[in-house]
Design a protein. Structure first.
Length: 276
């Protein structure tokens, strides 16, 4: 089956005046117009092409590489606005349409917008939506605490910056964890700092978590996890007790606890340490 809005590896089956006809293993055919035909080619040779719908809504193959494909997010420029919606430059001859109903904010010519590319179920046409949250779900998470993730900066909020996590989940970087300028559409590496009971994801930029902190802090995190998230130790605990439980000095204990607290991985109370 030829995938619309995606890359396909197809065989050249015949040459015509209009261009080359390509086919998949099931015999489905699509035209590669003359403007995209390579200078040298052989019948039955395979080509990687992008397939989308032309102005007459017919599948057509091209060798151009668009800025986005179905199921992806990208920042695109609005080239024009019509009575029905906006047209976005995605690197192909025919522009990508974003209907008004799929615009989080009314698009303006020349503006740049983070959008998701999808296939309209009613028409079978490719379209874009800037209502990106509609295409994200945290109902069944595929990540856990301390996992490294790919993030796309989505939009700011009063408490931080919303991000897209691994192209499928939504997350939030709190203001206190932002130490660099972020722009909508930026693609970065992050870490899952915390998974909340309602499956909301706290994200941190760069490396965080006990796997990337000093060994003493890692030991404390392991001890907390092994004891139900609680450790009956504080900065007032006897040095011998700390040494017996954690095999470290009180000085190193206090340093490690301070590091974990700054990263909001633990909560310190009068009766001990709690895993957040």
């Amino acid at each position: 089956m030829i995938k619309i809005g995606d890359y396909n590896t197809l065989e050249i089956i015949r040459e015509t005046e209009q261009g080359l006809y390509l086919a998949d293993e099931e015999g489905n055919e699509v035209l590669l117009p003359n403007r995209y035909v390579p200078e040298a080619f052989k019948i039955w040779e395979k080509l990687e092409v992008f397939v989308y719908l032309d102005n007459e809504e017919r599948p057509v193959a091209v060798t151009d590489k668009p800025h986005i494909k179905v199921g992806e997010f990208a920042v695109l420029r609005c080239s024009q606005v019509s009575d029905y919606g906006a047209f976005l430059d995605w690197g192909l001859l025919k522009e990508l349409f974003c209907p008004f109903k799929e615009q989080a904010f009314k698009m303006k010519r020349g503006g740049w917008y983070l959008v998701y590319c999808y296939v309209d179920e009613k028409t079978g046409r490719l379209a874009a939506s800037s209502k990106t949250n509609h295409f994200l779900s945290n109902k069944e998470l595929t990540v856990q605490q301390f996992d490294e993730v790919d993030i796309i900066v989505s939009h700011p909020s009063d408490i931080g910056m919303n991000v897209i996590v691994n192209n499928i989940h939504s997350g939030l970087i709190f203001k206190d964890d932002i130490f660099q300028d972020l722009s909508i559409g930026d693609r970065l590496k992050g870490m899952v700092k915390k998974v909340r009971p309602d499956n909301k994801l706290d994200i941190s930029l760069g490396q965080i978590g006990y796997r990337n902190i000093e060994p003493n802090a890692e030991a404390i995190m392991h001890e907390l996890e092994d004891n139900g998230g609680y450790l009956n130790l504080t900065d007032k605990s006897d040095p011998e007790t700390i040494k017996e439980v954690l095999q470290m000095s009180k000085k190193n204990f206090k340093k490690a606890v301070g590091s974990l607290y700054k990263q909001r991985l633990i909560e310190i109370k009068d009766d001990g340490i709690y895993l957040v």
